[in-house]
Design a protein. Structure first.
Length: 102
C-alpha cells in the first residue's frame, strides 16, 4: 500500500490496520510502497469487502497493490500459533537491542 499523505499519516495508518482482526502483519517499508500488510480473507468476496470498506476508508492510502496467496508450501510454525518472539503491536520504527530506536 502506498500511504501518499503526510509523513504522520504512515504511523496512524499502520496502527489502524494492525488492529484490524483480518490483518496478520503490518510493517512500514521503503521502496514503491510505504506499508506492507498481510491480511487473511475467507474468499475473494471477503477480500473485496476488506479492501473497499476497511482500507478504502483510510484517508492516507492512495494506492493498493494486491497479491493473493493461493496456497502455501512452508510456514514459520504450526497454523494458529504465533511465531516465537514475534511482535503483536505496530511499531513504525524498529528497535535496536537495548530499546533504542533506529
Amino acid at each position: 500500500m502506498d500511504d501518499g499523505g503526510p509523513p504522520g499519516g504512515l504511523e496512524e495508518t499502520g496502527r489502524r490496520l494492525s488492529r484490524h482482526p483480518q490483518v496478520r502483519f503490518a510493517s512500514a517499508t521503503t521502496g514503491s510502497a510505504n506499508l506492507l500488510v498481510a491480511a487473511a480473507a475467507a474468499d475473494l468476496d471477503a477480500l473485496y469487502v476488506f479492501l473497499s470498506e476497511t482500507v478504502g476508508a483510510l484517508e492516507h492510502v492512495t494506492t493498493i497493490e494486491v497479491t493473493p496467496i493461493l496456497t502455501g508450501v512452508n510456514r514459520a510454525g504450526p497454523p494458529g500459533e504465533p511465531v516465537s518472539g514475534a511482535r503483536t503491536t505496530w511499531r513504525g520504527t524498529p528497535s535496536r537491542p537495548g530499546g533504542r530506536r533506529c
